[in-house]
Design a protein around this ligand. Structure first.
Ligand code: ZN
Length: 139
């Protein structure tokens, strides 16, 4: 087997992995919402922790979720209170989307990025691991 064949096999092995495994990028795993439903609201218990892992202000992730879920929410201490009922799968899907779009580097797939500036509807994402710079649509 030559190198190319080996890598092709490796690629195929990775593509056959279940979604949960594919979500891991190196050692980094996108955090999951620890949520529960209370009355007509959904509470994400570990919202501040998710923001810490993303190294983003909780308000930014909140804004993303309001847009994606079409539902207002409020930050209350460490938690986020969403004014509707959502299953954990729905929330985790949105959080994954946030990380993939705004946190994990498009080039090297590491999460060590920060927002350098935002202008005219765009945010400049800078990767501290590989130096990539690119723009994403501002929230
Ligand atoms: Zn990078």
């Amino acid at each position: 087997m030559n190198d190319n064949e080996y890598y092709a096999l490796l690629d195929r092995a990775f593509s056959l992995m279940p979604a949960n495994e594919a979500q891991a990028t190196g050692d980094f795993v996108i955090p999951k919402a620890d949520s529960f439903i209370q009355g007509n609201k959904t509470i994400i218990r570990n919202f501040a922790q998710i923001a810490d892992i993303a190294r983003r202000k909780p308000e930014l992730i909140q804004r993303f979720l309001i847009k994606e879920l079409g539902t207002p929410s409020s930050i209350d201490g460490q938690t986020l209170k969403i004014n509707a009922r959502f299953q954990p799968e729905v929330l985790n899907d949105k959080i994954k989307k946030y990380f993939e779009t705004y946190v994990i580097c498009r080039e090297c797939h590491k999460p060590d990025t920060h927002i350098e500036s935002s202008e005219r509807g765009y945010e400049v994402i800078v990767c501290e691991a590989c130096g990539a710079r690119y723009t994403v649509k501002e929230l």
